[in-house]
Design a protein around this ligand. Structure first.
Ligand SMILES: Nc1ccn([C@H]2C[C@H](O)[C@@H](COP(=O)(O)OP(=O)(O)OP(=O)(O)O)O2)c(=O)n1
Ligand SMILES: [Mn+2]
Length: 490
């Protein structure tokens, strides 16, 4: 695949926010969050105005209070920008396209100069009745009885719909899915209070068909439950929710499918639910805490600067040390999910013990911030003598956390480490399969003649790795056509 043509590394004037001239109300926004939003807006084509003027097309704020603290209501009325909750930005970023602004307008009561931030009152009519649960899928319950503010809002100067102050979890893919309660009401909600008051157990839809609020589809649902004991529609919903929850939790660094399932079974559904979950490991808690940070991709330019900083620091401590950023960066990508740093020393021995000292220095410099994993083997010679550190780092002068991996390989097996950590994963798989087809086993620590007992996963390693000086020799030996790093985006 050809490398991307180099434009400006991080700004796309044609991006999804192109044409927007934005004024941001910072009050009440976590500063890191604010920086992310600002950066994203600019990266994707918006212009940010430091001063509110008639050029401004969009104003973002947390709520109407903070908005009016910072902006004159009269000017707002005069210039008539769209005044939206930051949530719109958040949801658009998550979905990768601008979402409709309809549900995100901030209601400003300009007449009295005071503000009304009404929270949606979700009166879950049947909250504590278990009998209705079977018949009212969760989503419908939430929608069921919302005080309608719409007409109220329309009577105000700006015909806008008030929004509840949204919690973080509201922006998660999970809780985002039910549509805004205001816009959708369910016909089934009328049926619930009727059915739950029935003094008998329903064993046929016929028994309820003439009751108020019971339409054809509700009759069908009841009939299905009575005859099969379940409601397939609801089960789809639950399966869906389970799959989505587990995949969301699995996005947290350190949480794998098994833990995600365990957390789901404990009743957790959103990331916010996990905040007080004591069973999470230290690393998982960090993954959760910096969830949004870690998801942000890093512009290539910044990775380049950090690579240079790491090389200089390393060279000061250990002359000759080889420090490279692998991964998507080495493959020439315009942005990177993390930093994959691969290290060795040409003398074949002074890499030993280096990582411990290096990490300490980088922490003193405030480049490294939090540890996720640290395991050293170079001195003992265990595990192929590879040292590993995974943690969180920051671009100098910024607090936004990025994932960073360090892998230190003895000189002899460096080529394998470099290939593995450069990727991409598709190439790695192909090389591994090719090696297997030729009677070898390939991983980041070497190429080994497969032994009889190689049916098992990490069985006895009968012999040391074949030795190759560089990546090209490995490709050649396997008979795989040589690919420059930027050609490895398979
Ligand atoms: N399941 C995986 C995950 C990773 N890798 C290898 C290939 C990757 O290129 C390298 C680094 O992993 P990353 O997850 O950091 O992937 P990239 O650096 O390629 O992309 P990103 O920009 O998302 O970090 O490790 C692999 O072979 N198989
Ligand atoms: Mn990477």
């Amino acid at each position: 695949m050809a490398p991307k043509r180099k434009k400006s590394p991080s700004i796309d004037p044609q991006g999804m926010f192109s044409g927007m001239v934005v004024f941001l109300v910072e009050t009440g926004v976590q500063s890191r969050r604010f920086q992310i939003w600002k950066q994203k807006l600019v990266q994707m084509g918006a212009t940010i105005e430091e001063r509110f003027s008639k050029k401004v097309t969009h104003v973002f704020a947390i709520n109407s209070q903070t908005l009016l603290q910072q902006l004159d209501g009269k000017l707002l009325k005069r210039f008539k920008p769209r005044v939206l909750l930051y949530q719109w930005l958040e949801d658009s970023l998550r979905l990768g396209e601008k979402v409709s602004e309809d549900q995100y307008h901030i209601l400003v009561d300009l007449e009295g100069e005071n503000t009304k931030d009404k929270s949606l009152v979700l009166k879950l009519a049947n909250e504590n009745t278990s009998s209705s649960d079977e018949l009212s899928p969760h989503s419908e319950k939430i929608k069921s009885d919302v005080k309608s503010f719409k007409s109220d809002a329309e009577s105000k100067g700006l015909s806008e719909v008030p929004n509840s102050p949204r919690r973080r979890s509201d922006s998660s893919p999970l809780s985002r899915s039910p549509t805004n309660p205001i816009t959708s009401s369910t016909p089934h909600s009328d049926a619930i209070p009727v059915i739950e008051k029935l003094p008998f157990k329903i064993d046929s839809a016929d028994q309820v068909k003439d009751l108020p609020g019971i339409g054809k589809s509700m009759q069908d649902h009841i009939q299905e439950i009575v005859t099969t004991g379940r409601l397939s529609k609801l089960e789809h919903f639950e399966t869906d929710e389970k799959v989505r929850t587990i995949s969301l939790f699995g996005e947290v660094w350190g949480i794998g499918p098994a833990t995600a399932l365990k957390l789901y079974e404990k009743g957790h559904r959103t990331l916010e639910d996990l905040v007080n979950e004591d069973s999470l490991t230290h690393s998982q808690k960090l993954g959760l805490k910096y969830f949004d940070d870690i998801k942000m991709r890093i512009p290539r330019q910044e990775v380049q600067e950090m690579e240079l900083l790491l090389q200089r620091t390393g060279e000061e401590m250990l002359p000759g040390v080889v420090i490279l950023c692998g991964g998507s960066y080495r493959r020439g990508k315009a942005s990177c999910g993390d930093l994959d740093i691969v290290i060795t020393h040409p003398d074949g021995k002074s890499h030993k013990g280096f990582l411990t000292r290096y990490v300490k220095r980088l922490k003193d410099m405030k480049f490294l911030r939090e540890d996720l994993i640290f395991s050293t083997h170079s001195k003992e010679g265990t595990d192929s003598g590879v040292d590993t550190y995974f943690g969180l780092c920051t671009y100098p002068g910024r607090e936004l956390r990025h994932r960073i991996d360090f892998k230190v390989y003895p000189r002899d097996i460096y080529a394998f480490g470099l290939i593995a950590w450069t990727g991409n994963d598709v190439l790695n798989r192909r090389l591994r399969l090719l090696a297997e087809s030729k009677g070898y086993r390939l991983d980041d620590t070497g190429l080994f003649p497969a032994t009889q007992a190689s049916g098992g996963k990490r069985g006895a390693r009968a012999s040391a790795s074949l030795r190759f000086d560089n990546e090209k020799e490995v490709f050649d030996f396997l008979g795989f056509p040589w690919l420059e790093p930027h050609e490895r985006n398979l």
